[in-house]
Design a protein around this ligand. Structure first.
Ligand SMILES: Cc1ncc(COP(=O)(O)O)c(C=O)c1O
Length: 360
């Protein structure tokens, strides 16, 4: 009799068995500064409007398959040029998956500059594609010559560049990204998940290149619980990627909630402006502590390096003091001794800095 272990080894691909599932730690009772969420909730008047309108949703019916009202709101909230097409996803994760599924085939390569958002690699491997990582420099910048050589060697179907990058927080040189766009044999996806915290963007240029796609999410803006992302690009590309979308991927509840929230972008823009100001406070607080290397950030989080071998102790010590951040030590050689903290409310940031100061 074959055991299920033997069956798993026979049936599940070795690349998949070699992966770890995306792990989300329990944050119960802790100050939650690990996941780049907006710490501010919705104002009461907006919650009331939302609850009132939820009554009108007909849950016995399928959602609007093309999510037209939400699509219009999202285009305007995210400054998508008129000539560009868009696809909405259940989070930008789902859009990354759709792009990769659309190009999947023997010998196809997905490329990203590492360290970066782990799902590019994870989805490429799960989909059975080859994955090529281009190493960032010691300061996490993207070197034009290094990526040019990698493009020529691997001929990737898709290059993902997070702008700003996660978990490093920096913006790559836009001239290097333009050079990648000119040299890449396939698509270049500029992933602007952290757009609310920077003035830099490729969205306005999305149809100026024949191989540029721009990815956005509402997660960091203030609705991580909603799961809603947007992909913008030239209609010819998006018509193909659209074929990988599952019908009704944006639920009626999501469509209505997104529509209401994005009718009030001023609320969330104000929150993002506060987070940007507080980012400077946290950065200065970290820089004032002994023994840390602190990396500048254009996002709503900050990466910092603690003295060698201390990341686990510092991470656990913060947790004992009620603060959860992300330990990146061990996830990649370039992130040795590194931790990442999300910018929270002022009192949360102060509690984090005070607990960290005690531990160093
Ligand atoms: C660069 C980047 N892209 C995409 C995502 C996924 O966001 P979403 O919540 O829209 O799936 C993240 C989440 O951390 C991210 O850091």
């Amino acid at each position: 009799m074959t055991t299920s272990k033997e069956k798993i080894e026979r049936i599940i691909r070795p690349e998949v068995r070699g992966l770890s599932a995306y792990h989300v730690p329990d944050a119960g009772g802790l100050i939650k500064l690990d996941a780049m969420e907006n710490p501010y909730g919705w104002p009461n008047w907006l919650v009331e409007e939302w609850l009132e309108r939820l009554r009108q949703v007909s849950l016995n019916r399928y959602p609007d398959a093309s999510a037209n009202a939400l699509r219009t709101r999202m285009r305007s909230a995210m400054g998508v040029p008129d000539q560009a097409a868009v696809i909405l996803g259940n989070g930008s994760d789902e859009l990354i998956q759709m792009i990769i599924q659309a190009v999947a085939g023997p010998g196809q390569v997905i490329m990203a500059a590492e360290p970066t958002f782990v799902m590019y690699r994870q989805i490429a491997v799960v989909t059975g594609l080859d994955y090529a990582a281009v190493p960032l420099q010691a300061d996490y910048s993207l070197d034009g010559d290094v990526i040019a050589r990698a493009l020529d060697e691997h001929r990737p179907a898709v290059v993902f560049l997070a702008y700003p990058n996660n978990p490093t927080g920096n913006l790559f040189d836009p001239d290097v990204i333009r050079a990648v766009l000119a040299r890449a044999p396939g698509l270049v996806v500029v992933d602007e998940a952290y757009a609310p915290f920077t003035d830099e963007s490729f969205m306005g240029k999305v149809t100026a290149y024949d191989n540029l796609l721009v990815l956005r999410t509402v997660s960091k803006m203030g609705f991580a619980g909603l799961r809603l992302g947007l992909l913008a690009g030239a209609p010819d590309w998006l018509n193909e990627i659209e074929k990988t979308r599952l019908p009704y991927n944006i639920s009626s509840l999501n469509q209505l909630t997104g529509e209401i929230a994005l009718a009030h972008t001023e609320v969330f823009e104000e929150q993002a402006a506060t987070i940007r100001q507080d980012r400077a406070v946290v950065l200065a607080g970290l820089q004032a502590l002994p023994g840390l290397t602190v990396y500048p950030s254009a996002a709503n989080f900050i990466l910092f390096r603690v003295p060698a071998g201390q990341a686990g102790v510092v991470h656990a010590g913060l947790k004992e003091n009620g603060v959860l951040i992300k330990n990146l030590d061990g996830s990649a050689p370039a992130l040795r001794d590194c931790l990442r903290v999300t910018v929270g409310r002022p009192q949360e940031n102060a509690a984090f800095l005070a607990a960290l100061a005690d531990l160093l």
